[in-house]
Design a protein around this ligand. Structure first.
Ligand code: 13P
Length: 252
């Protein structure tokens, strides 16, 4: 990673850790991970846990919170859904957009990801746009095309000034929850493609956009991945659920 970009350590808890578990997690994590101003730590708890997480990190301004998804609308009759406006009111600063589970389990499209990024920015939150190819797409040599399509569509409704403030996470779908991590070289290659495409869209400020890698990151491989060119941070699922393990990763 480049020295001028602060590393980002983001925990995607997915559908794990309710308010009670979050409280226990945070009491353990916060003693093991002291605030450091050379990195950014973001937690994405389930939205029902956001208030408990917010309470848990009240004394720690260094830890930011986010939600894992929002709807494309601001409000209305969308039972079970959550908007960027509501997430902002509840204290979220970041929003995961287009996570592979949203795309492949819930059928979310690139057009929806674009609308969500726009809503997120409108409400003063920062989108973390997730992109990544399926195994069969990789095997067909389509990785670059898939990632570029998701990226270009995802940011298509953002003004360059807004796109410069976002984060992008490359999460190859075949590496998520499988124990099969991309090699640092694989990650660097795709991150370079993403960086170049961002530069075309937003100019030289693309150099400041943090590019995160996600997919079977553990305390054992975090340092090697972060050493790869263009890898500015990690988006971690399973290995972020254990407070001690997550503190180790954040201390990488
Ligand atoms: P795992 O770290 O469990 O592979 O999940 C990655 C992920 O999807 C983070 O968003």
């Amino acid at each position: 990673m480049a020295a001028h970009r602060r590393p980002v350590f983001a925990a995607n808890w997915k559908m794990n850790h309710g308010p009670t578990q979050a409280k226990t997690f945070l009491s353990e994590f916060l003693v093991r991970y002291a605030a450091r101003d050379d990195r950014t730590v973001i937690l994405f708890p389930p939205s029902i846990t956001l208030a408990a997480a917010r309470e848990g990190v009240r004394a720690r301004r260094d830890i930011a919170l986010g939600v894992q998804n929002v709807h494309t609308a601001d409000k209305g009759a969308f039972t079970g859904e959550l908007s960027a406006a509501l997430a902002a009111d509840a204290g979220a600063a970041f929003v995961l957009v287009g996570h592979s589970e949203r795309r492949h389990v819930f059928g979310e499209t690139d057009a929806q990801a674009a609308q969500k990024c726009a809503r997120v920015v409108e409400h003063g939150l920062t989108p973390v746009l997730c992109v990544g190819e399926l195994l069969e797409q990789r095997e067909r040599g389509e990785t670059e095309a898939v990632v570029l399509q998701q990226l270009r569509m995802g940011i298509s409704m953002l003004a360059p000034t807004a796109a410069r403030r976002m984060l992008v996470a490359y999460e190859p779908v075949w590496a998520i929850g499988t124990g099969r991590t991309a090699t640092p070289d694989d990650a660097a290659t795709v991150h370079r493609v993403i960086r170049d495409a961002l530069a075309e869209q937003v100019g030289v400020e693309a150099l400041d956009i943090p590019l995160l890698y996600g997919g079977s990151v553990t305390a054992a491989n975090a340092a090697t991945l972060l050493e790869a060119d263009e890898v500015d941070g990690l988006l971690v699922g399973g290995a972020s659920l254990d407070a001690a393990g997550w503190a180790t990763i954040c201390s990488t």
